[in-house]
Every structure is written in C-alpha cells, then in structure tokens.
Write a new protein. Structure first.
Length: 92
C-alpha cells in the first residue's frame, strides 16, 4: 500500500486522497465528519494529505506533525499561486 500511495502521489494529491479514502480507514478515523475530508479533497488536497500522514490514532496530530501540515498548506498555496501566475502571463 505504501508504494502504491507513493506512486499515486506523483500523479496527483486528489487521486491519492481518494484512493486512501477508498482503500483504508484512516480518513474516517482522522476526521469526525464527511464534510472536512470532502472539502479538503476539493480545495486543499496537499494539506489534507499531510494531515493524514501526521495523524496518529492515539494522539492525533502533535509536535512535528503540525509542521508537516503547514508544509502541505504551503504546497496548496504554491499550487494555486503558480496557476494564477501562469494564467496572467499567458493572457499578456
């Protein structure tokens, strides 16, 4: 499963998150509702993936895990800002 998730990570975060959701129970255990992972799948896929990697069944996310979640947020923001920059330069 780990190699499959790593390979799928090269394809895209939404695909990995969807695959993880279908094949495992971590998403259901980490989030108490269906709404948060669904919104994460649509808007912040890297952040949601980082949260799932950092989440542990005993204590949730703690310590260095929050740094990983912040890196996921940075990856999402970088993805959105690079798309906006590309569109701006393409129209000029």
């Amino acid at each position: 499963m780990c190699c499959l998730v790593l390979f799928a990570g090269l394809i895209g975060p939404r695909f990995v998150l969807l695959l993880w959701w279908i094949l495992g129970d971590t998403v259901d255990a980490a989030f108490s509702s269906l709404l948060l992972p669904l919104l994460g799948l649509l808007f912040l896929p890297w952040t949601t993936l980082a949260y799932l990697v950092a989440w542990g069944p005993m204590n949730g996310v703690s310590g260095i895990g929050w740094l990983l979640v912040a890196l996921g947020l940075f990856a999402d923001l970088a993805t959105y800002s690079s798309k906006a920059a590309r569109e701006r330069y393409a129209s000029a």
